[in-house]
Design a protein around this ligand. Structure first.
Ligand code: CMC
Length: 423
């Protein structure tokens, strides 16, 4: 392979070095383009633009490969646990036994919220979406804790350990129940379920099957390289903004229906199809109709073009979890039928649209008793270590500059101001 690429623009020839990644993927380094030619590139949605070099997650969308720091997602989902994955992403390696014990202990010790923060919850309306509460509360952490360099590692622990407490509290607020405090004898995932579902008047034991399934879901969501919310965390952080501010912005980016908000929309859409008599073909036709903005939620992905490995794992897991919990959810059958019809349809085949991670995750969350409005919050809990890892990597990268894209201006050319009286 050649080590550079040539561009001829207005008879001027420019040469750009080729950068190769550790898995053989290539990119053209165009840092000198504007200086040399005056031109910029135009790539709406950044489908062809690499914003950084990263050693965290590798995806091969053609082959359906996803690896965190080299480890295949299938092996991690099967044998690891979420706390280990947090360590792997944030501290670059899987922990050994003493490291895991110390990391777990730190996460356990910092899970309570400052009592004053609880007052914020009283101010939100009952109808507040838990994603809005989550992003505001994470931003508010910055008002309680110093954000200097010396506090960074502790603030990372605070974030990972307090996010389940904030998430569970926003649910308790929505249903009008008192807050349930974290329990230090429970593991990370069980503790979250305890804070969500325990009520002071009754004994509650976290069902093991639910805790295990949730842990796996969190692992599957933990990182996904330069997706919209992660790029947001990096972009906000590139200005020198704090970790809490950057993560709060990432949560807001995740809330959109084309990103993490899709898991809520999938279930709402399946329910709508069910209520409409289960006529899948009608909705597949609507999704294909270019005059209709309806899309099949949970289908399609910018990077995966054959299958999403996370959705493959989740499809099998949905069957298992529902069976173990004795839940018979008609939406699972509906989802499978919709998938079958869509995958045989020329429109979906041509565009290589497959079910993504959000297609089956909602069915599992439902079986666990997690309300639909909390689904995207669950995604945020899982994605947090990925955001933190990218924010850290960006801050330590000597190539980082403030993220500041250019534009091609298409507005009015210069014209003279005319005073109101003469207009
Ligand atoms: N239903 C119907 N048509 C679709 C869909 C869909 N779900 N997704 C893409 N298309 C069509 C789209 O209309 C376009 O057709 P054409 O070439 O004729 O104009 C073509 O497929 C390419 O789509 P695109 O919008 O240019 O692709 P993108 O890479 O910009 O967007 C996406 C990716 C995930 C936003 C999009 O597929 C989508 O809107 N899916 C539904 C929402 C969803 O499930 N989002 C979760 C993504 S996975 C979790 C995460 O990482 O957040």
């Amino acid at each position: 392979m050649s080590s550079s690429a040539k561009l001829i623009l207005n008879d001027q020839e420019c040469e750009f070095p080729i950068i190769e990644g550790s898995e053989g993927e290539i990119g053209l380094s165009i840092r000198s383009l504007r200086g040399a030619t005056g031109a910029i590139t135009l790539d709406p949605g950044y489908g062809n633009t690499g914003s950084c070099r990263s050693a965290i997650t590798f995806i091969d969308g053609e082959k359906g490969i996803l690896r965190y720091r080299g480890y295949p997602i299938e092996e991690l989902a099967q044998s690891s646990n979420f706390v280990e994955i947090c360590h792997l992403l944030v501290h670059e390696e899987l922990p050994n036994a003493p490291q895991l014990a110390e990391f777990t202990n730190l996460l356990t010790r910092h899970s309570m919220l400052h009592e004053d923060m609880k007052k914020f919850f009283e101010g939100y309306p009952k109808t507040a979406h838990p994603m809005s509460i989550l992003s505001s509360m994470i931003s508010s952490l910055g008002t309680f804790y110093a954000e200097d360099e010396d506090s960074l590692e502790l603030n990372i622990i605070r974030l990972i350990s307090k996010i389940p407490t904030i998430a569970a509290l926003s649910y308790k607020k929505a249903i009008g129940q008192p807050a349930v405090y974290p329990r230090n004898d429970l593991d990370y995932t069980s503790n979250f379920l305890h804070m969500m579902f325990a009520v002071p008047a009754e004994a509650y034991e976290v069902p093991e099957v639910v805790a295990k399934a949730l842990d796996m879901l969190l692992i599957l969501h933990a990182d996904h390289e330069q997706n919209c919310s992660t790029s947001t965390a990096r972009m906000v952080g590139s200005s020198g903004a704090s970790l809490f501010a950057s993560i709060s912005a990432a949560i807001s980016a995740l809330s959109g229906p084309l990103h993490g908000g899709a898991n809520q929309k999938v279930i709402e859409q399946l329910k709508m199809i069910e209520a409409d008599g289960g006529d899948f073909q009608k909705y597949v036709n609507k999704a294909k109709d270019k005059n209709d903005d309806f899309r099949l939620m949970g289908f399609g992905h910018r990077v995966y073009k054959n299958f999403d490995p996370r959705s493959r794992i989740l499809k099998g897991e949905a069957d298992k979890v529902l069976e173990n919990l004795g839940v018979d959810d008609p939406l699972l059958g509906l989802a499978k039928s919709l998938e079958e019809i869509a995958l045989e349809d020329e429109y979906f085949i041509e565009r290589r649209l497959y079910p993504n991670v959000d297609f089956y995750s909602g069915i599992i969350y439902r079986a666990m008793g997690i309300p639909t409005e909390m689904f995207t919050v669950m995604f945020a809990l899982g994605r947090l270590p990925g955001w933190i890892a990218h924010w850290k990597e960006m801050n330590g990268d000597p190539e980082t500059r403030i993220n500041r894209p250019r534009q091609i201006y298409t507005g009015a050319t210069e014209r003279c101001y005319v005073a109101v009286a003469d207009r």
